[in-house]
Write a protein of this length. Structure first.
Length: 231
């Protein structure tokens, strides 16, 4: 979502500009040496010259009035979007670091494998207490079921703040954000509620695939952030 000073990504527009400039240069420099193939050749030459000038003028108008505004709007929105995105990513990194440490997994976040995630989820015993606190309103120690539930709930809320900017987001970002925040784990959010006992396993081993897919989405979103949004 970074914009250059010129609309370099608009190939047809730039080609029309180049062609118009070439036509005007050729007519200005070599008009006398170009034979008239038709009786109305001079009129056609003038028409072509004027049309090319009009294209050049339209291009300049587009760059000054339209593209520069899009660029400025993008810069302003990107500052806000970058902050919201990094909050989302930082929240996930805190989450994955916490459950990784619990399973004694030393892999960095980018290199976590499916097998790593199996070990991580198997070590997340639902009712086992943890010293981690995601919610200052919880005064007592939470267990891993509460921890996962609060994390997923927070991710949904943070994502909602970003979706407000939907009209200004490019399709690539929307796809990555959607992959990250519509993971199957969010569909199962109700069964993770602390007061429910729907999960029959003592740990999250049955959900390691969903956890891994969520992690893969995080890696893709972080890469996009580093390339397109990082100040």
């Amino acid at each position: 979502m970074k914009y250059s000073k010129l609309p370099s990504d608009n190939v047809p527009l730039n080609l029309s500009l180049i062609l118009s400039i070439l036509i005007d240069i050729i007519i200005l420099l070599f008009s006398k040496n170009i034979p008239n193939l038709f009786i109305w050749g001079d009129e056609f030459e003038k028409l072509l010259f004027n049309l090319s000038l009009a294209v050049i003028s339209s291009y300049i108008f587009y760059v000054i009035v339209v593209h520069s505004k899009i660029k400025k709007d993008s810069e302003n929105i990107n500052i806000f979007l970058a902050k919201l995105t990094i909050n989302l990513l930082n929240s996930y990194e805190f989450f994955i670091d916490s459950i990784k440490d619990n399973a004694n997994i030393k892999s960095n976040n980018i290199d976590i494998t499916v097998d790593d995630m199996k070990k991580i989820c198997s070590a997340l015993v639902l009712k086992e207490l943890t010293d981690i606190c995601l919610d200052l309103n919880i005064s007592s120690r939470m267990n891993w079921q509460q921890f996962v539930y609060l994390f997923l709930s927070k991710q949904q809320k943070d994502a909602h703040d970003i979706y407000v900017l939907m009209p200004f987001l490019d399709s690539v970002y929307i796809k990555l954000l959607s992959d990250f925040t519509t993971n199957a784990l969010f569909d199962k959010l109700q069964i993770f509620e602390p007061n429910t006992s729907i999960i029959t396993n003592e740990n999250f081993s049955n959900f390691h695939t969903e956890f891994y897919e969520l992690h893969s989405s995080y890696v893709s979103l972080k890469e996009y952030y580093s390339i397109n949004l990082l100040p």
